[in-house]
Design a protein around this ligand. Structure first.
Ligand SMILES: Cc1cc2nc3c(=O)[nH]c(=O)nc-3n(C[C@H](O)[C@H](O)[C@H](O)COP(=O)(O)OP(=O)(O)OC[C@H]3O[C@@H](n4cnc5c(N)ncnc54)[C@H](O)[C@@H]3O)c2cc1C
Length: 382
């Protein structure tokens, strides 16, 4: 496998710093964020101060130009505290800002990327549509060139933090080409005439993130807002970051799974039935042993894939395996932990109830398990 991977001292220090932030500031309020369903603005700013939103970006824009292993540490550690905060934070640090950082004009970077890295403005990504989820090639939002402008029309759905966003990266069809080849990405400011927030989506979990539709009605943007060299390149730009998207969701799964495991271990030590802590019963012990083992295996897959990106590779197979295995492991962990807690896990008194709801998101974002298996199968030559 050519696996020559170790965490550097710098990466270990970054992990410790984040862990301390999460222990002190995030864990104590994570249940409250869930109950109130309020965006954790202060914690979001705190992550900006720690440099998290600039991890992937150059120093000239306030970033720190870190590697992808470090980015994965960020995902894992924040998700260990609150998956809702982590979902918002990773949106800001990656998908909501990637396209303008890579293809935006200097003015866009000045007005939007730099403030986003500081946590002062929010960026989000609008890809999914009511009839185009996994099948993104079927999206129907259009961007028609009219002189030195593009006119955008369409409806986007499931957009994380759209109600809080200052700017959107919107996937739209430019050419008449069918499928993915006709898709490009556009920079759209919130205040552009014709941009409206649609229906708010009430969710099972990830409370504290806001999710809504975004409606684009004759939205005119200058031609510079086409993010990329020319029309017809969008699918290639997306392909370039697919492995990274999957590793990110895999790393979020590690943190979520780890939080579950830690709570379940503690509970298994404390809860006494039939005269002994339930962790002494083989049935409970085996559950926790399995979760710990699978999480450790998932951790290797995720960090190894991130490290491969840092080596300049495009690890589609490894990243797909990492995301598939890590997310399924987090979901299994939450299910098993719920059994360990029994009635107490069915109450809102314990975080395990929140974990059980939140982890379902990991099965969907970054590619569903079914789609990932299709891709892995393809990589096997099937
Ligand atoms: C909490 C949350 C936040 C989100 N945030 C964003 C966001 O910020 N921006 C954004 O653009 N999108 C966002 N999404 C949307 C997400 O990307 C989509 O939900 C995802 O792409 C899956 O699409 P879908 O839900 O329409 O499922 P569908 O594609 O309709 O899939 C339904 C089922 O069919 C299966 N399926 C589909 N095609 C195949 C196939 N070829 N073979 C086998 N099985 C198949 C799927 O695996 C799934 O089980 C978010 C979703 C959630 C839940």
């Amino acid at each position: 496998m050519g696996m020559d991977f170790n965490f550097t001292e710098e990466q270990e220090i970054f992990r410790r710093t984040l862990r301390e932030f999460v222990e002190k500031k995030v864990k104590p309020v994570a249940d409250e964020i869930d109950r109130k369903d309020e965006f954790p603005e202060e914690l979001f700013k705190g992550l900006a101060e720690l440099g998290c939103f600039g991890l992937r970006y150059p120093e000239e824009y306030g970033g720190v130009n870190a590697d992808r292993v470090t980015f994965s540490i960020f995902c894992e550690e924040v998700a260990r505290g609150s998956l809702a905060l982590a979902a918002s934070a990773t949106m800001q640090a990656f998908m909501g800002t990637h396209f303008i950082a890579k293809f935006g004009t200097e003015e866009m970077k000045e007005k939007f990327l730099i403030p986003a890295i500081k946590g002062e403005k929010k960026g989000v990504i609008c890809m999914t549509e009511p009839n185009a989820g996994s099948d993104l090639g079927n999206l129907s939002t259009t961007a028609v060139k009219d002189g030195d402008e593009y006119v955008l029309n369409g409806v986007k759905t499931w957009i994380t933090n759209a109600p809080l966003a200052d700017f959107f990266t919107v996937a739209a069809r430019t050419s008449k080409g069918k499928g993915m080849e006709g898709i490009d990405f556009f920079f759209v400011e919130k205040d552009t005439p014709g941009v409206e927030l649609g229906r708010n989506i009430e969710k099972m979990g990830l409370h504290g993130t806001r999710t809504s539709e975004v409606v684009l009605k004759d939205v005119r943007v200058p031609v510079e807002n086409l993010l990329g060299e020319k029309e017809g390149m969008g699918h290639l730009y997306l392909r370039d970051i697919l492995a990274e998207i999957r590793i990110m969701t895999g790393a979020l799964s590690l943190g979520a799974g780890q939080a579950v495991l830690e709570d379940a271990i503690q509970y298994a030590k404390e809860r006494v039935q039939f005269g002994r802590p339930i962790g002494k019963f083989q049935a409970i012990r085996f559950k926790l042993a399995e979760i710990a083992t699978e999480l450790e295996a998932a951790r290797w897959l995720v960090y190894y894939s991130a490290w491969l990106i840092d080596q300049g590779k495009q690890p589609i197979k490894e990243a797909s395996m990492a995301k598939l295995f890590a997310s399924e492991t987090a979901v299994k962990a939450a299910d098993e932990a719920s059994r360990v807690f029994a009635s107490y896990g069915f109450s809102k008194d314990h975080a395990v109830e929140r974990y059980y709801r939140d982890v379902r998101f990991l099965l969907i974002g970054g590619g569903t398990s079914e789609i990932l298996k299709l891709i892995i199968g393809g990589e096997l030559g099937l």
